[in-house]
Structure formats: C-alpha cells, structure tokens
Design a protein around this ligand. Structure first.
Ligand SMILES: O=P(O)(O)OC[C@H]1O[C@H](OP(=O)(O)OP(=O)(O)O)[C@H](O)[C@@H]1O
Ligand SMILES: Nc1ncnc2[nH]cnc12
Length: 152
C-alpha cells in the first residue's frame, strides 16, 4: 500500500483553498461543529471550520490533554491506538462532521464516532480527501454518510 502524502497539496495555495472550500461546501445542513483528528485532520478541519463559520473540536492522541471527556483505544495492524476527546467541547445533541485526510481501514473514524456519541453528540457525516476503497473503511461507520473528494 503506497503512503498518500497530502503535503504537496497543502503547499499549493490554490489546491489548499479549493479542497478546503469544497469540503466546507459539502458539509450537511445543520452541522454544528467540525471534529478533526490529530494530526493531519487538524490542518483540514481548521480550514473547513473557518470557511464554514463553525467551531472546531480536536480529537487528540493520548497524553496531550489536561481534561479528557472520553478515551477510546482501537486495534491497529500492529498494536493499538488511542484517541481522546477534550472536556467541554461537545454538547448533547450537537451534530458534527468528522474530518480527516485519509480513510483507510476506518478504525480512526470509528473510534472518533464513539468519542462523539459517548459525549451525546451525533455524527452527521465523515469528510476526507482520499478514501482507500479497497480497505472498506466505510463499513466501520455504518449509517454515517462518508464524503471523499478522491477515491482510490
Ligand atoms: O482509516 P485508518 O486505517 O484508521 O487510517 C487513517 C488514519 O491514519 C492516518 O493518521 P495517523 O494515525 O497515521 O496519524 P497522523 O495524522 O498524525 O499522521 C490518517 O491521517 C488517518 O487519521
Ligand atoms: N496509505 C495511506 N496513506 C496515507 N495515510 C494513510 N493512513 C492510513 N493509510 C494511509
């Protein structure tokens, strides 16, 4: 599996703006906040939230937050990963869209969905630049609309 690096795309002013505006325009009506996943998801999530005039919730890797609302660990090919939701970022009933650069196995977005729902939020969608369709990541977030700018 090739590593798909978005660095050159972010470095290009036109590309960065076009993809940020496209992902912001694609947010479902009634979205209250963008949930971005550390680290590459932060870059896109911040641009999209700003473009859409929404708040930004940063789901972080372990050990970075002073106050953690919820923590979820999930299996990787080798070992496990953990993500944490900051306290006081998601209110009950809030509708959020999860943003990341790549959807591969779906483990990361599935864990993030669990964090959001544990805090009483509702995942209205997932938005990524690139979906690696062969890994069937969509199946890990059943019932959630996944939008990918590119599908490989
Ligand atoms: O669908 P999955 O199989 O879970 O893989 C997708 C995740 O992997 C990458 O993040 P990574 O954990 O490598 O961290 P980074 O964003 O800090 O590079 C990518 O940014 C997604 O978050
Ligand atoms: N093939 C891939 N390229 C870039 N980021 C990824 N995250 C998980 N799989 C990836």
């Amino acid at each position: 599996m090739l590593f798909r690096d978005i660095s050159p795309v972010l470095a290009d002013p036109a590309a960065f703006r076009v993809l940020s505006d496209a992902m912001a325009a694609g947010l479902p009506a009634g979205t209250d906040a963008v949930v971005a996943i550390e680290a590459r998801g932060f870059i896109l999530g911040a641009a999209i939230a700003y473009a859409a005039g929404l708040g930004l919730v940063c789901v972080r890797k372990p050990g970075k937050l002073p106050a953690v609302r919820h923590r979820v660990s999930y299996a990787l090919e080798y070992g496990t990963a953990t993500l944490e939701l900051p306290e006081d970022t998601i209110r009950g009933g809030q509708r959020v869209v999860i943003v990341d650069d790549v959807l591969a196995t779906g483990g990361t977005v599935a864990a993030t969905r669990e964090l959001v729902e544990h805090a009483g939020g509702v995942v209205a969608g997932v938005s990524v630049i690139l979906e690696l369709a062969g890994l069937k990541g969509r199946a890990r977030v059943p019932g959630v609309d996944v939008t990918a700018l590119l599908t490989h």
